[in-house]
Design a protein around this ligand. Structure first.
Ligand code: 4IP
Length: 145
């Protein structure tokens, strides 16, 4: 006899409300241990990766495909996935702002530069939401306005 669950499993309220940055210290340690086996770990200076994904970073006429790594710290590193070299990072600060243009394209504004990013998979809104959550955590006063 096959037993069917009596009701559809639902996520607990605490899980649905949880964002990517509010983690208990033990959870951070647990995830860092797992991350040590990840190929990107050595490129993020020991910081916990909160979100990662391939994006096309446009500068001038050309775009370069980069692995974008949002970490605790906070940091937004970008890595050349072909050579596995860290190419740079988007400088964090209270002034950093995201701007989704459509499902693929989003901007990250910093005081000295606007980064033009394209998520070929169409998760630009998720990127903006994740970066905004991290910003609200590290710069709560600036995020309220
Ligand atoms: C490069 O273009 C790449 O877009 C670089 O990105 C970018 O550096 C350079 O800008 C730009 O000239 P080419 O490869 O066509 O030469 P990446 O570092 O990801 O390879 P950043 O890191 O600043 O976007 P300059 O202005 O930094 O040189």
């Amino acid at each position: 006899m096959i037993c069917q669950p009596s009701s559809t499993p639902t996520r607990k309220k605490s899980e649905t409300n949880k964002n990517i940055i509010e983690l208990e210290p033990a959870e951070i340690e647990r995830r860092l241990e797992l991350q040590k086996m990840d190929k990107w770990h050595n490129l993020v200076e020991g910081n916990l990766i909160l979100k990662q994904g391939l994006v096309d970073k446009r500068k001038g006429l050309f775009a370069r495909r980069r692995m974008l790594l949002l970490t605790r710290g906070p940091h937004l590193y970008y890595v050349d996935p072909a050579t596995m070299t860290l190419k740079g990072e988007i400088p964090w600060g209270a002034e950093l702002r995201t701007e989704p243009k459509n499902f693929k394209i989003f901007f990250v504004h910093t005081p000295n530069r606007t980064y033009y990013l394209e998520d070929p998979e169409g998760y630009a809104l998720e990127w903006c939401k994740a970066i905004d959550e991290v910003r609200a955590f590290y710069y709560p006063e600036q995020s309220q306005s």
